[in-house]
Ligand binder design. Structure first.
Ligand code: ADP
Length: 729
């Protein structure tokens, strides 16, 4: 019973009851028994949607009650704001909740006033590097989706960050939440934590495979499910779910497939809508169009009008939220998603269909099967407690052999064990530098003993591997003057400290420094290409035909590149150079005021991707600017200009205007065309001219004038001067 939980603030039971939570779920009760509200560390390995969040909340509230502070670590930025919104419910009881995302370098001092802080592992790592003082009185840290330590890209950061936090405060309570995995015990051992390992679910889950005209279930049951000759199995399944009053979540393996599936399946959902639903969906579609006027946005709105939607990482954040909430309200009947949705966002559905169980994997250069862990996480989204009688999760088979294979591989299989990916050079490069620079180790021996506290060390049977990789990395860092070595002693140089605080991969820093050293008067393109070549930028793929196009461009603009272009015969390196060029040209287009929609079309990406690259470029150019300054290079002003242009998406002459809050790239251009060219001009300009350039929007005009520092921003009685308005485009 929720009233019996010790250690939490007295308002907690009442609050939970108001939320419809009377009894703890069995795994939650077990967590409380193991002392999670008394400061005991815990690993909770339980299925998706079985109430992990409440376990974390109880632990955090109890630690705040004891006078400490709690940190909740999420794997993705999108989840940080979602969690913050969830925890905001505690503000009415006087707790303050903060979220720390974005800007890597700020020291986050304002966070010191918060009781609960939500951040990604990269952000926490950065805060540790920058010595945020409040980390010292941290009482409880929660690691959400801790099974992602298995992820080669992000796992090592989470692993090292947890090790550092526990080192800063040996009494720190660590609560790690995990999907069901094969080796939760090992994770618990690493974290010196108790363990709740359960496969309990709040709602029954049936799993099965569709093949031919029937569904085959895990309990041996089969049921007919007729597929019409003109349709695909997914459509037949969605139709049947609708007849039964339920919704369907379809997981596919690419963004393009998600969009195509939503479009196709909308012809199924449209038939099931009531007139009232149609009206409400139209309103949602209008909001979607309001967010941005790109083709993707229009495709999404059109599907939503018909009761279906797609959801993937290329969608704008606001689009994703609109889709999630309309799906939860049962207004949208079907969502076709890439697996991003399975990670954390709470969107249960009567039925889940994992349509594609293979996905393109760059590291093998072809299609590879999803892990059991991933598929089970998707399955876990089936069934909404209190709304559905049960949840149903299905795979699709094309042949009898595949039917058997899918049962073996996913339905009856246990999830894999997770394994640390720390002992790899790219991961250790950055973490060794940071560990030394932020004072966790001052010698090779101290470094090795720090690394000994990681999951990798707990798991490995191969003695000496971590040591070998660490030695290679130390040599690399010394050669690039980020570390100094004196016998066994290690010290970060001033440059090394800067690189660590900037949160750069040392290899990125070395590339940038090298490129800038050879430059005298770099162009924006030269600088964009330089930062796109670093391992911190995730470049655009080359599609068929791109190779010729970008090879030509490479020769045309060869003089602008910083550093020597590899020869066409160096296959891999040349290919990478071209991908960087493609990404750099996208940035150049953006900084030349090309329309967002045109960019998305030209590079075959979603608007969310454009924003992502722009943000990364802005950060890397900011870092380059700092490095140029620190090394006294004359190129700092050129880097600064390239950065500001990317930040605002404007040409050079608009920089001053675009810096005024509320102006933005389109309005800056219109003002400029009307003769208002600088912030100073804005303060002096004829109001009727400003109003006309802003298309008669009075409130906007007033806000902008105020932000520009004008004394009398009021537009009362001002009439737009039609002569001054630049031709509408
Ligand atoms: P997980 O994080 O394990 O994927 P969540 O924590 O999001 O799952 O929980 C899923 C849903 O279950 C949430 O809507 C939550 O409010 C609800 N829930 C959690 N615990 C209980 C409980 N003890 N009783 C009733 N509902 C609960």
């Amino acid at each position: 019973n929720v009233a019996d939980v010790s250690g939490v603030p007295e308002w907690v039971p009442g609050h939970l009851r108001d939320d419809g939570i009377e009894e703890l779920y069995p795994p939650q009760a077990e967590a409380v028994e193991r002392g999670v509200t008394e400061g005991e560390s815990l690993v909770a390995s339980i299925p998706t949607a079985s109430g992990k969040t409440l376990i974390a909340e109880l632990a955090m509230l109890a630690s705040v009650e004891r006078g400490g502070r709690a940190l909740y670590i999420v794997p993705l930025r999108a989840l940080a704001s979602e969690k913050k919104r969830e925890f905001d419910q505690f503000e009415e009881y006087g707790l303050s909740v903060g979220v720390s995302t974005g800007n890597y370098e700020s020291d986050g001092d304002w966070l010191a006033a918060c009781d609960i802080i939500v951040a990604t592992s990269e952000k926490v790592d950065s805060l540790v590097r920058n010595g945020a003082g409040w980390l010292d009185d941290l009482a409880c840290v929660v690691a959400d989706e801790v099974h992602l330590v298995d992820d080669a890209h992000r796992g090592p950061t989470l692993e090292v960050t947890l090790a550092k936090l526990r080192r800063l405060n040996p009494d720190l309570q660590t609560v790690a939440l995990s999907a069901t995995i094969g080796n939760a015990g090992e994770i618990a051992e690493w974290l010196d934590a108790g363990l709740v390992d359960s496969d309990w679910r709040p709602i029954d889950l049936r799993t099965g495979v569709h093949y031919g005209q029937a569904l085959h279930f895990d309990d041996g049951d089969t049921r007919e499910l007729p597929v019409r000759s003109s349709e695909r199995p997914t459509a037949a399944i969605a139709r049947e779910t609708l007849d039964d009053g339920g919704s369907t979540l379809v997981f596919v393996n690419s963004r393009r497939n998600a969009e195509a599936a939503a479009k196709r399946l909308a012809s199924v959902t449209v038939g099931a809508l009531t007139p009232e639903e149609e009206e409400r969906l139209e309103a949602v579609a209008a909001e979607i169009r309001e967010v941005s006027d790109t083709e993707t946005s229009d495709d999404l709105a059109r599907a939503v009008e018909r009761g279906a939607a797609f959801h993937h990482a290329g969608c704008a954040g606001e689009h994703r939220s609109l889709v999630e909430s309309a799906f939860r309200d049962r207004l949208i009947k079907l969502v076709a998603a890439t697996p991003t949705l399975a990670a954390g966002v709470n969107t249960p559905s009567r039925r889940v269909v994992v349509r594609d169980w293979r996905r393109y994997d760059g590291s093998v250069g072809g299609m590879a099967p999803l892990s059991v862990l991933e598929v089970h996480q998707m399955f876990g989204r089936a069934g909404r407690p209190g709304l559905d009688p049960y949840g149903e999760a299905l795979l699709l088979a094309n042949s009898h052999d595949e039917l058997d294979e899918l049962f073996e591989r996913y339905i009856w299989a246990d999830p894999e064990a997770v394994r640390s990916k720390l002992a790899a050079e790219p991961a250790l490069r950055t973490h060794v530098l940071a560990t030394v620079a932020s004072g966790f180790a001052d010698s090779r021996e101290a470094l090795l003993s720090f690394l000994d506290r990681t999951l990798y060390a707990t798991q490995t049977a191969e003695q000496g591997r971590l040591e070998r990789v660490a030695d290679n990395v130390i040599a690399y860092l010394v050669a690039n003057e980020f570390l100094e070595r004196d016998g066994d002693a290690l010290r970060a140089t001033s440059l090394g400290h800067t690189v660590s605080r900037l949160y750069l991969d040392p290899m990125s820093a070395a590339e940038i420094i090298d490129g800038l050293r050879g430059a005298t008067d770099p162009t924006a393109m030269g600088l964009y290409h330089l930062v796109c070549r670093t391992p911190d930028m995730y470049d655009l793929y080359l599609r068929s035909g791109d190779r010729e196009e970008y090879t030509m461009l490479a020769y045309e603009r060869e003089a602008e590149f910083l550093g020597a272009m590899p020869s066409e015969f160096e296959e891999g390196r040349f290919e990478d150079w071209l991908s960087a060029l493609k990404t750099a040209r996208m940035l150049e287009d953006w900084a030349s005021e090309v329309d967002e929609e045109r960019i998305a079309e030209r590079y075959g990406v979603g608007p969310g991707d454009v924003r992502g690259k722009v943000d990364t470029a802005e950060w890397l150019l900011g870092a380059a600017e700092r490095l140029a300054g620190e090394l006294d290079m004359g190129t700092a002003p050129a880097v600064h200009e390239a950065r500001v242009r990317v930040q605002h998406g404007v040409r050079e002459e608009l920089i001053d205007l675009a810096r005024v809050r509320g102006v933005g790239r389109k309005r800056a251009r219109r003002l400029h065309d009307a003769g208002v060219e600088t912030r100073a001009d804005l303060r002096e300009a004829d109001k009727s001219v400003v109003l006309a350039a802003l298309r008669g929007r009075r409130r906007t005009a007033e806000t902008i004038l105020e932000n520009a520092g004008r004394e009398d921003p009021s537009m009362d009685g001002v009439v737009a001067d039609p002569e001054a308005a630049p031709a509408a485009s």
